[in-house]
Design a protein around this ligand. Sequence first.
Ligand code: HPA
Ligand SMILES: [Zn+2]
Length: 352
Amino acid sequence: MIHTVTPEMHQFLHELPKCEHHVHLEGTLGPELLFPLAARNNIQLPDHFPKTVDDLQYKYDNFKDLQDFLDLYYVGMSVLITEDDFFELAWAYFRKAHADGLHHAETFFDPQGHLERGIDMETVVKGFRKACDKAEAELGITTKLIMCLLRHLPAQDGLDTIALAKPYYEQGLIHGLGLDSSEKPFPPELFKECYEHMAKHHPEVLLTAHAGEEGGPDYIHNSLDLLKVTRIDHGVNSIKDPQLIKRLADNQTMLSLCPMSNLKLRVVQDIAELPIKEWIEAGVPFSINSDDPAYFGGYILDNYLAVQSKFGLDVPTWKLIAQNGVKGSHISQSRKDELLQRIEEVCSKYIF
Ligand code: HPA
Ligand SMILES: [Zn+2]
């Protein structure tokens, strides 16, 4: 069933203060920047890579699964070379998301995808940080950077990457550790040592991991038990385990849901299949996110609208979702209070 999103509802969702917890900065690289960067940096894209914006868009519209997307994603990011490239990419994202009504962003990046091409950590972090600082100063968005480890690489590579990033964690320039890439063949337990190292040496750092996008509820349990994460990225498959649902609700562990991504990567056949109503009923907090917006056809507001068109939620329910997004954010209590106050103000204007 399709619910019509009225102009008032559209306006409300636009104005509703939003927090994003699941967006890969490299996943904001669309054809409009990818091809010019390839030309500017003299990057020869592989023969099998689409040659035109239309051909690339066709690929984006027809992913078979997560791996099919990742194969394109890693080639795409190979056009990023200079600090300015990383800055430009992230700054374009912050501007788009700001126009969507974003107030706080916790953004992922994949340094191993750059290190293995000979780009150093400093170039990547400096470029992304510059964009974060500008977004804070000029757009009023609070930002966090979460370094993800690629799970298709060995844990030792992850430990080496953590060592390279140490100065940036110590200076408070990177704030979290995540785990992404091909999920099913690489379960969370492989990375226990990386997370233990982080918890021991940088206890203030946010720990999160992709789990339950392709993997089952055991991937979520093991991320909580072994990696000691406080958030789960995706978590769609949590619904298959009632004990896990209770655990997530009891501990108020937030899931970062990515509806358009789940549709494009065929985690679900229809956004209406997502267990949104079940999570709300059980008291499981979740936020709504764009994941890789350039690849999946929509930024944060598009994802809110996609959910609305399938679920027809009311203002109090959206208020709860927005509040849970704030509560699950890695920000000070005073910033939380400020955002919660703004949510109150917007919601009080929209009693339909
Ligand atoms: O959705 C995702 N899943 C796993 N790895 C990723 N890397 C970018 N996006 C994703
Ligand atoms: Zn992701």
